[in-house]
Design a protein around this ligand. Sequence first.
Ligand code: NAD
Ligand code: MLT
Length: 307
Amino acid sequence: MVLIAEELSPAGLALLEPDFEIRRVDGADREALAAAVAGADALIVRSATTVDAAVLAAAPRLRVVARAGVGLDNVDVEAATRAGVMVVNAPTSNIVTAAEHAIALLLATARNIPQAHSALKRGEWRRAAYTGVELQDKTLGVLGLGRIGVLVAQRLAAFGMRVIAYDPYVQAARAAQLGARLVPLDELLRDSDFITVHLPKTPETLGLIGDRELRLVKPSVRIVNAARGGIIDEDALDLALKEGRVAGAGIDVFRSEPCTDSPLFQHDSVAVTPHLGASTHEAQEKAGTQVARSVRLALAGEFVPDA
Ligand code: NAD
Ligand code: MLT
């Protein structure tokens, strides 16, 4: 039985339905998940389902956990490996979509689009209040020059931005090939006009951008996080916005999700979206079909190649 704990694209479903019994559960409901996973051979999730040791212990038949997306921070990969459960994801399925969303948030913060949109819909024609800033000739700081960070850097270079990046795991020559200059974190914070976060959530990156870091940035900086909540400390960002040490932010991801109330929502200069970074039809179709293929291979006992 294949247990689907979050939305899966129709194309992905079509690859499984002919050969497997499909059941659905709300992955955010821990009790229901623990009950349903007891009979599952495969479990398919996105980011709202936590697959930890307790869930794995409740799943004696489980052979594969498939993450229909990139981040594996909601799956305890070590516990799964100890239990002999394979973990697969769809690491390239939504990278263009996520890069485009980060750029949309960056442009929204540069030109005050959400604020002006809301004001005009309230009947307020306020041109002077919403004067923005250009991207051309500005410095873009990319935190994490991986799959998505590279796509963002390449696209924003075409806007005439100078790109610097912080990523200790990338070679300077590779960064130079991509038109980016690698710099230490503090230099990136001091020099950037826009900062965009594309790091995985790990013990190393959680809270990486905290109060100390936000005291190094230019007061005109706009910061985007469409990676994972908690990499930028939300309380530190709230304080920096209150004290005028950060000009604006575009935030797609939150420390705890779903997030329907946050001090960040009080700032007019903050544009927010509810973890929509991967939410396009194209990305969901790719993620759904990639994980469905991997689940088929895993349940057939075959080698599962990197997607
Ligand atoms: P990736 O693994 O390709 O790239 C991550 C980069 O971060 C790598 O180059 C790595 O070297 C670097 N890195 C790792 N630890 C670091 C550290 N401590 N300091 C500096 N650099 C470090 O990942 P990706 O596919 O580009 O995804 C980036 C992030 O975006 C992930 O958190 C992923 O979960 C998230 N994401 C979010 C959405 C969304 O819906 N908002 C969609 C897709 C991906
Ligand atoms: C991801 O890591 O792929 C994203 O967070 C998107 C998601 O699965 O919702």
